[in-house]
Design a binder for this molecule. Structure first.
Ligand code: FEO
Length: 396
């Protein structure tokens, strides 16, 4: 994308990847993404904050040329992942005098991942300041958002925070401050949080407390929109990492011949009648990101599956594995399943949920199509979920 001025001497010089369909071969990108790199012109030194994915190196270089950058002193690497650091070797080739400024851990990762000579690095510690003349960039270590080496930086004179993946969103838009509809920004950031940041809630709470000691009026992440109203995204994050739960049951399901679907729909109706919201997601059809977003605040998850070769359907097993890795804050879980001749689908799923601190409510297993007694068992499950939600004060 074209260069965009954010404040005097501070520019967006990154790239938009409008048609990237998936990230890490895992995270679907229905709205594309961007790799936000920023250029800061100080009175004595010039710094590039992060680079772009190697697919877009040419855009970054074109933007630097547009700004007439013929000498670059520093390339700050907040994070070693290739979508931000993958163009560092090309930048060092174009600007051989530039040094890579990063922390010791990130330096190690960068040297593992790409050809950068050790003497090209300047390493910094938490709180160190990079002097650019009339501007000063302070480094703040924020490990585990979402790798162990991640850090952010604070441009003191401009009151700007550069947070790399932290507060990012996978949205391709030519509007640097995001789509006009704030809800699109919120949804994009929540999607990103759900799939990338959710396992690190505890770290994020501490980082937000640290960040809030600073005086800033703009957050510049490395994906998606720049926030001119930082409170908007900070408040959203505070909610997502808090212990607050929604009075909602997520029911991800697969149904091979319709029996599991009948169970899901009956349970969903029974819950709604009790004043509980539901999300019924056929995970063969619904993008994973939607499921992950529901996991951010939902109080309960009910996995619904047919038995396949004595276990859960592989797609549900895969989802349970992912949910376990994302460590959502759900307090309750159950399983409903339809089987033909037996098996261990319940043990299979529960065995995949070892990270979840959930109270498991008795599963409902049905042989073949659900019958009257089976529907009663589902009504009882709905009642038990209602009582659990009532016990934590999220339903009347
Ligand atoms: Fe956007 Fe972790 O890289």
């Amino acid at each position: 994308m074209a260069v965009q001025k954010l404040k005097d001497d501070v520019y967006f010089v990154g790239a938009i990847h409008w048609d990237r369909p998936i990230f890490d071969e895992l995270v679907e990108l229905p709205k594309g993404t961007s790799y936000n790199a920023y250029l800061i012109k100080g009175s004595t030194k010039t710094a590039l904050l992060d680079t772009v994915d190697p697919d877009k190196t040419y855009e970054l270089i074109r933007n630097l040329e547009t700004l007439g950058v013929d000498k670059l002193d520093y390339v700050v690497a907040h994070h070693a992942e290739q979508d931000h650091s993958g163009s560092i070797p090309a930048i060092l080739e174009k600007y051989p005098e530039a040094k890579v400024v990063t922390n010791e851990k990130c330096k190690g990762f960068l040297m593992d991942l790409m050809p950068i000579a050790e003497d090209k690095f300047i390493t910094v510690k938490d709180g160190d300041i990079l002097d650019l003349g009339d501007k000063h960039l302070r480094f703040i270590f924020t490990p585990w958002v979402h790798w162990p080496e991640t850090m952010i930086s604070y441009l003191e004179e401009k009151k700007m925070l550069f947070t790399c993946d932290f507060f990012g969103s996978h949205i391709a838009t030519s509007r640097i401050f995001g789509p006009k509809d704030e809800m699109l920004i919120y949804e994009g950031a929540k999607h990103y949080y759900a799939e990338i940041m959710m396992p690190f809630r505890t770290h994020i709470k501490k980082h937000i407390a640290k960040i809030e000691e600073l005086d800033f009026d703009m957050i510049c992440p490395s994906h998606g929109s720049v926030y001119k109203n930082p409170k908007f995204i900070i408040d959203a994050y505070k909610d997502w990492v808090s212990d607050r739960l929604d009075n909602e049951v997520l029911i991800p399901y697969v149904s091979m011949h319709g029996s599991t679907k009948k169970m899901v729909e009956h349970l969903g109706d029974a819950l709604v009648e009790k004043g509980i919201d539901v999300k019924l997601f056929n995970i063969i059809e619904v993008p994973l990101g939607e499921v992950a977003m529901a996991l951010v605040n939902d109080a309960t998850v009910v996995f619904a599956t047919p038995f396949v070769l004595a276990g859960a359907h592989p797609s549900i097993a895969s989802l349970a594995y992912l949910a376990n890795a994302l460590r959502p804050k759900a307090k309750f879980a159950s399983i409903i399943a339809s089987y033909g001749w037996g098996g261990k689908a319940v043990d299979h799923i529960l065995g995949l949920l070892t990270n979840l601190k959930v109270d498991v409510i008795d599963p409902v297993l049905v042989k073949g199509e659900p019958k009257e007694n089976d529907y009663k068992a589902l009504d009882e499950l709905a009642q038990k979920i209602y009582e659990k939600h009532k016990s934590i004060g999220i339903v009347d």
